[in-house]
Design a binder for this molecule. Structure first.
Ligand code: 5GP
Ligand code: MG
Length: 179
């Protein structure tokens, strides 16, 4: 089993890149089908989703509008439950639009619940959520992602954009922590 070390923690191979890309291919087909005739605004949630955003958008391969936002709610290996807007969206950008958030992973769901209700307050016509990874057992909010790449158990993972204290984002495969 392939292993990596990041700072004080050890991680083992969990989901190979090939599986991740197959899931993204499927999401791209679903989004294309649902957004036919609509003009959605994609919002890539930095930093963790950067690889997902790039791999998904290149598969959508169309005249889509994409912007970025950044929120922070996570420190170390557990969620803090408070959301900070580090790179907020401009309210006029979302007014009347179908917004599709592109997120790396939904854990407790606090971050996306907060962001989705804020976008609705700001006048978005429709707010959808596409997440590369989803931990259904960790969910603490009334939230149902519209597009899910892969469901995973409640374990801490890195790679494919996801970090452990800013380390590990550049790995192509996904690794899970060895406790
Ligand atoms: P939530 O608000 O759903 O609890 O957490 C969402 C954010 O926490 C994600 O966007 C991600 O940045 C971070 N996060 C949640 N689970 C993991 C994980 O297993 N690994 C890493 N690296 N980040 C995670
Ligand atoms: Mg994230």
């Amino acid at each position: 089993m392939k292993k990596i070390c990041l700072k004080d923690k050890e991680f083992e191979l969990f989901i190979p890149e090939k599986e991740v890309l197959a899931a993204i291919e499927r999401i791209a087909v679903e989004i294309k089908r649902d957004m036919d005739g609509k003009n959605p605004l994609f919002v890539g949630v930095l930093n963790g989703a950067f690889m997902f955003i790039a791999d998904l958008m290149r598969r959508l391969d169309g005249s889509y509008e994409l912007t970025f936002a950044r929120y922070s709610s996570y420190r170390g290996t557990s969620s803090t439950g408070t959301v900070k807007e580090i790179l907020p969206l401009h309210p006029t950008d979302v007014e009347g639009r179908t917004v599709i958030l592109l997120e790396d992973i939904v854990d407790s769901g606090f971050t996306m619940s907060y962001v989705m209700s804020k976008l609705r307050e700001q006048g978005a016509a429709e707010v959808k959520l596409a997440t590369m990874l989803f931990k259904p057992d960790a969910l603490k909010c009334d939230l149902k992602p519209d597009y899910v790449g892969i469901e995973i158990p409640n374990e801490f993972i890195v790679g494919y954009g996801l970090d452990y204290d800013e380390m590990g984002r550049a790995y192509r495969d996904i690794y899970k922590i060895v406790e």
